[in-house]
Write a protein that binds this ligand. Structure first.
Ligand code: SME
Length: 159
């Protein structure tokens, strides 16, 4: 049974504890995706796409149905547009988007939050919901907190 966590604090504490025990970035990313997905009944697909090279997003850990969109060129779809425009995207109804790449015909709204340090974009958290306009201020803030936490770990892993 899914919960609807009020904020990201419990998940961030869990990630900090894993980090203290020596977890790898891959393990932390997987736990972040799982925690977000299980913590909100509006999240029907939750995943991380890594910016594998400057032109390509590649699917990392995810929860929900498998998707054919394992690689997405920067500039394509909602995910690729977020990177090309260097901004988060909260799409209340994907049916009005001409550049939408469908993962599931049930998807109605989509949230993309970049994992970044300043101008440096490492990856993104992508979430699909079957509900129209699912991503309200509290849901968005929760995902932003987790993305900001992960950004520091990406930075540390690459330095
Ligand atoms: N809908 C995304 C593709 C990824 S799936 O949602 C998992 C897009 O338009 O970029």
């Amino acid at each position: 049974m899914k919960r609807r966590d009020a904020d990201a604090n419990a998940l961030l504490a869990e990630l900090e504890a894993m980090k203290a025990r020596g977890a790898t970035l891959a393990e932390l990313k997987d736990a972040a995706v799982a925690g977000l997905h299980e913590g909100d009944d509006r999240f029907h697909w939750t995943g991380i796409y890594d910016l594998a090279d400057p032109e390509t997003l590649r699917l990392g850990p995810f929860r929900g149905a498998p998707t054919e969109h394992v690689e997405i060129p920067v500039g394509r779809g909602i995910c690729g547009t977020a990177v090309a425009d260097a901004r988060d995207l909260n799409i209340p109804d994907v049916r009005v988007m001409s550049n939408y790449l469908a993962c599931s015909l049930k998807t109605r709204s989509e949230l993309v939050v970049l994992i970044r340090e300043g101008d440096r974009i490492y990856a993104q958290i992508d979430i699909d919901s079957h509900r129209v306009n699912a991503f309200d201020a509290s849901a968005t803030a929760k995902v932003e907190q987790v993305a900001a936490w992960l950004a520091k770990e990406y930075g540390a892993a690459r330095s």
